[in-house]
Write a protein that binds this ligand. Structure first.
Ligand code: ZN
Length: 148
């Protein structure tokens, strides 16, 4: 189902939407960074800390939206709803987005050469199983590993 930044309420469960509104009111979005043209990344506090990422096309249709919370009952969890509401508010009112640590990371990585990037990523993969699995999945390595 197509989700649009200008008109997403209609496809979101009203309870989920209300809880998204509450997240905004309680100021539980700790950071919301714009990390690309239409690419946003947020840290949302709840029972745990959740990472919520949303990107749009130029017309405002959602291209990707992810959240690491366990919600699976619909396309949009309360964290995504809260982030969507906040992005739209910022866009409507021309409010600036935060320049936080993710933007700093982006800028810093941009300045690294290929060997340095490989070393940084290998360090991540060596010491963090979740990063390792994400990298293997992103690079589609699991599916093409040679058989033993
Ligand atoms: Zn969520």
């Amino acid at each position: 189902m197509k989700i649009d930044i200008h008109n997403f309420e209609s496809i979101i469960d009203p309870d989920v939407l209300n809880r998204g509104v509450q997240i905004c009111q309680n100021e539980n979005i700790q950071t919301l960074e714009k990390i690309g043209d239409n690419d946003y990344s947020a840290i949302v506090a709840g029972s745990e800390i959740y990472l919520t990422n949303i990107s749009f096309d130029r017309a405002g249709a959602l291209l990707t939206h992810t959240c690491n919370c366990p919600y699976q009952s619909g396309p949009v969890c309360k964290h995504k709803a809260a982030v969507l509401l906040t992005i739209r508010k910022h866009l409507k009112n021309n409010l600036p987005f935060e320049q936080g640590k993710l933007n700093q990371l982006n800028t810093t990585l941009d300045k690294q050469d290929k060997a340095a990037l490989t070393q940084i990523i290998m360090e991540l993969a060596k010491h963090n199983m979740s990063s390792r699995n994400s990298l293997l999945k992103l690079l589609d390595i699991n599916n093409h590993s040679p058989g033993k």
